[in-house]
Design a protein around this ligand. Structure first.
Ligand code: ATP
Length: 240
């Protein structure tokens, strides 16, 4: 993997009113890496992702993207720079068709030919979306909506894609499919930060992982290394 650091989180703190959800964390993501962020409910994973992508302000610390601080920058602005989040719950536009949703993902771009070519590429990655391209997004299954949300994010040509619990609420077959797609996107060279409840699968495909507990990073290491760690196994994989 490249030594080029794309994203560097330094001493990040985020509070909701008086509640400190993220209490000073550090981590970094190198170009081309897949980094998984695991931890129990309420550990602060979603809050961290939102702070990175500009949809939540930070109370302290800094975030460097491509070597420069992005503190205070808005989500819109960061999408243009290639830093894109697929939120938990997907957030597709229910009353728009699949094709329209994909085009919305390209709102920061003006290269019409490139956009059309990318819609084709997305349909190649997700044949299911091509089959249903005129269907309203709100009538699709949870797994199909997750594919659409990822496809829409890819339309902005991200450098770093942050995925918040993409497997949440999906059937086992769909979970398999989504993890397959995450690997495909990674193979295309997109740098990925993956937040998952499904710790074993998230670590199995990760170059590196971070474990968060109560707003702090408590462990870090290679994906396979964390997967084999007895503390991780006991806390997140249901081992004794
Ligand atoms: P999960 O895996 O359950 O999604 P998480 O690790 O993503 O958990 P966060 O969603 O970041 O955790 O939440 C961290 C803490 O911040 C939790 O205690 C949560 O209740 C609190 N929190 C999150 N959003 C808000 C909010 N809008 N207002 C107040 N508190 C919030």
């Amino acid at each position: 993997k490249s030594n080029n650091i794309l994203l560097q989180v330094q001493g990040l703190k985020v509070a909701y009113g008086g509640i400190q959800a993220v209490k000073g964390i550090d981590f970094e993501v190198h170009e081309g890496e897949l980094v998984s962020l695991i931890g129990s409910n309420g550990a602060g994973k979603t809050t961290t992702m939102k702070a990175i992508t500009g949809s939540l302000g930070m109370n302290d610390g800094d975030i460097l993207y491509l070597g420069r601080s992005i503190k205070g920058r808005g989500a819109w602005d960061l999408v243009k720079e290639g830093l894109v989040m697929v939120p938990e719950g997907r957030g597709v536009f229910a009353r728009m068709s699949i094709t329209e949703n994909l085009l919305m993902g390209a709102y920061t771009r003006t290269d019409k030919d490139g956009i059309a070519a990318d819609v084709e590429k997305i349909f190649t990655i997700f044949p299911r979306l091509r089959e249903r391209k005129d269907q309203l997004a709100g009538t699709m299954s949870g797994g199909e909506q997750q594919m659409l949300a990822m496809g829409r994010a890819l339309m902005s040509r991200p450098k770093v894609l942050l995925l918040d619990e993409p497997s949440m609420g999906l059937s086992p077959i769909m979970v398999d499919k989504i993890f397959e797609v995450v690997r495909d996107v990674y193979a295309l060279g997109v740098t990925i930060v993956l937040v998952e409840q499904n710790a074993s699968r998230a670590l199995a495909i990760a170059d590196r992982g971070y474990v968060m507990e109560s707003g702090l990073v408590t462990m870090t290491g290679g994906g396979k290394e964390l997967l084999a760690d007895p503390r991780v196994r006991a806390a997140y994989l249901g081992d004794e």
